[in-house]
Design a protein around this ligand. Structure first.
Ligand code: SF4
Ligand code: SF4
Length: 692
């Protein structure tokens, strides 16, 4: 009875402290913005795969397996802890033992996992203390972060040792017990503990000591976790369940901007008064923690500070200030700093600080290439680029602040419908001397094209990429494809504007393009630009543009599979070709196979870079970087990437994106390797091999 009373007191204290902590955290959630959650079935599958199955952790197999064992061990041991709590509250002993064989299985698994987890934790501690793991370092990793990690690892180790001790003494006390099965503890007792019979009172006392140590450690652990990075033990599963379901390349819409843009585009409504009761928009984008969604805050709480995101970030790898892990840590720290003030004094509370500037610098935000390597790598599906773009949205739309190069791009898109200073009337100059049917002409003849070939601004205006556009059109004509282009009716897709934070401009472009495409009843689109492919495919549907969009690599793959393109001989037969995955085709949309299948159909030898497919390094041009000076660092991203190319010994680096092409060409020039290494788009390789 005394034990029961003591236990109930311990439970009440634990729940009171835990409840107080949770109340505080939940009050912070209340000051954030909504984040829509649907598709529960799909979410469940994702949770089973990523959180329970630990699929992303296995991307780095050795530490992955150890981490997965710790996670699975925790899940199994949790069942034992629940039983201990029921036992403690009711005064029963082994209350779940009625489950029979299943009980034996759970207890045996717990016993084995306690041992395995203890070993894994020793490995993790040794690695932290004696090995210089780069991803555990960084400006944001202060002494407190390391101390926090070491305390949590020590607690987990003690939890496992106390569990094993409890099992060992239980087995000594009840050697013939049929309640539970303890393979590791039994082995230890039989082989390492004296064969002399134990004094039962002493054995009982030892069992009680370990029993209490274990359960009190569980209670302490539960209350320490919310204040440590190991809060992810609780938060990672729900965080994965609630993660974004869209392709990584998708950026969420801002309906408040759509409304403004539609008003601007319709002169009749531009000056109409706002409907009664409608609240004015407080702020566009994210300046501070009251502007983030509850999911952004959940992400920050769930972040394990593992640094996998930062270790693959091209900006960070090349010495720039940006670290995606820091972004998450800053959100958490800022909420801790400002959250209580907002909770008590309301949303207008100000401490004259903000998330941007006092925690995250503008330089960090403008260093991002939106390559999504961080989001791809994060084991708990945190999406950093979305939040980074939200902060850019604030800077651009509220403060008109953006790097000079981008401001010029914005005004060019606004005035010329392209990021460069070209006349919109010159949009078809790329096609001089080529047959490229226009949608308008087809319509005038009462015809419809199966495909719209979306040329894109780079395809129409960039001198090097105009050649790619021409080669692709030659292939279309050779295949007698049923296609047409918009010509001067096409305008910039708005991809760069959106990723650079100018949502207003993006939406204007999107609405204009959708209006024209819908007027031609466009159903299928093929494009050579992965950025436009991503935007048209994933983002235009939010504005009423629903099309089947494919990238030219997918189009070529389809034709090769159908046997309509067959390539024999050609000038690349003795050449080694490596493929650079464009971020917006690969990570953003999961297409790695199509370009490789097309390359394999060309008589040549394909070689892979060490960082390929979902591990591929960005070329450094995405997210508006193409049009601005790189932020301060120790290297340009394209140089880092071209070194991957050169390491393969390839004669040709094959690209499938206009921006990647610029970057790879610059990289080859920078390394003075123009004689030995050439850069071609996949369409060019096909067209040249076909002799077109
Ligand atoms: S999107 Fe790419 S550049 Fe931006 S933070 Fe993530 S990894 Fe770094
Ligand atoms: S954001 Fe994800 S990958 Fe980055 S440190 Fe946090 S948990 Fe690790």
């Amino acid at each position: 009875m005394d034990k029961q009373i003591a236990f109930i007191i311990a439970v009440v204290i634990t729940l009171a402290v835990f409840g107080w902590t949770m109340k505080r955290i939940i009050s912070f959630f209340r000051i954030t913005k909504p984040f829509p959650v649907k598709d529960f079935g799909k979410r469940f599958n994702l949770m089973m795969k990523v959180a329970i199955g630990q699929s992303k952790i296995f991307r780095f197999p050795f530490t992955g397996i150890l981490h997965a064992l710790v996670f699975w061990g925790f899940c199994v041991i949790l069942i034992g802890s629940i039983e201990m709590i029921i036992d403690g509250l009711t005064g029963a002993d082994r209350v779940l033992s009625f489950l029979g064989v299943f009980y034996d299985f759970i207890i045996a698994s717990g016993d084995i996992f306690a041992f395995v987890v203890a070993i894994a934790i020793l490995f993790f501690m040794a690695r932290r203390l004696f090995v210089n793991v780069k991803r555990f370092t960084g400006a944001e990793m202060k002494h407190k972060s390391h101390l926090d990690a070491n305390i949590a690892l020590t607690l987990i180790f003690l939890l496992m040792i106390s569990l094993l001790g409890m099992n060992i003494w239980y087995f000594i006390l009840h050697p013939d017990s049929r309640e539970g099965y303890y393979p590791v503890s039994m082995f230890i007792v039989r082989n390492m503990i004296s064969a002399h019979p134990m004094d039962p009172v002493a054995a009982h006392t030892m069992h009680e000591v370990y029993w209490w140590s274990h359960i009190l450690l569980v209670f302490i652990f539960a209350n320490v976790l919310p204040y440590s990075k190991h809060f992810h033990v609780f938060m990672s599963v729900p965080n994965v369940f609630l993660s974004r379901m869209e392709p990584l390349g998708y950026l969420p819409n801002m309906p408040e901007i759509t409304k403004e843009v539609k008003l601007m585009m319709n002169p009749d409504t531009a000056f109409a008064p706002a409907p009664e009761g409608e609240q004015p928009v407080r702020r566009f984008g994210v300046l501070d923690v009251e502007d983030i969604t509850w999911k952004n805050y959940l992400d920050s709480l769930a972040c394990t500070e593992c640094g996998r995101c930062t270790s693959v970030c091209p900006a960070n790898l090349t010495g720039k200030q940006l670290s995606p892990r820091k972004i998450m840590m800053d959100v958490r720290a800022r909420m801790k700093e400002k959250g209580p003030g907002i909770v008590h004094k309301g949303k207008d509370f100000s401490d004259n600080k903000s998330l941007i500037r006092n925690h995250i610098t503008e330089e960090e935000l403008w260093a991002c290439t939106t390559c999504n390597a961080c989001a791809q790598e994060c084991p708990i599906n945190i999406n950093h680029p979305g939040l980074i773009v939200d902060m850019r949205r604030y800077l651009v739309m509220e403060e008109s602040k953006g790097p000079g190069g981008l401001n010029a791009v914005f005004s060019n898109i606004e005035n010329n419908g392209a990021p460069w200073q070209f006349s919109p009337q010159d949009r078809m100059l790329w096609a001089e001397g080529l047959e490229a049917p226009l949608m308008a002409e087809k319509m005038a003849k009462g015809e419809k094209a199966e495909y719209l070939f979306w040329v894109g601004s780079a395809g129409a205006f960039d001198d090097r990429y105009k050649k790619v556009t021409r080669e692709f059109v030659k292939i279309l004509n050779y295949l007698k494809a049923d296609y047409a282009v918009l010509g001067t009716e096409e305008t910039d897709s708005g991809d760069v504007a959106r990723r650079a934070g100018n949502e207003m401009l993006f939406q204007m472009q999107a609405l204009m393009n959708i209006e024209i495409m819908n007027s031609y009843k466009v159903k299928k689109i093929v494009t050579c630009c992965p950025h436009d492919y991503n935007t048209l495919r994933n983002e235009y549907p939010d504005f009423g543009g629903h099309y089947e969009v494919i990238h030219h690599t997918q189009y070529l793959q389809k034709l090769i599979r159908e046997g309509k393109i067959r390539m024999e001989g050609g000038p690349f037969e003795n050449k080694k070709i490596t493929f650079h995955d464009p971020c917006y085709l690969g990570r953003a949309n999961g297409e790695y196979l199509a370009p490789r299948e097309v390359l394999d159909a060309i008589p040549a030898t394909r070689v892979e870079m060490k960082r390929n497919k979902s591990f591929a390094l960005c070329c450094g041009a995405g997210g508006g970087q193409m049009f601005k000076e790189a932020e301060k660092g120790n290297k340009e991203v394209f140089i880092e990437r071209i070194e991957d190319v050169l390491e393969t010994g390839a004669d040709i680096v094959c690209t499938a994106c206009p921006f990647c092409m610029v970057m790879m060409t610059d990289g080859i020039k920078y390394k003075n390797r123009e004689e030995e290494v050439k850069n071609y788009d996949l369409a060019e390789l096909v067209s040249i091999t076909l002799g077109l």
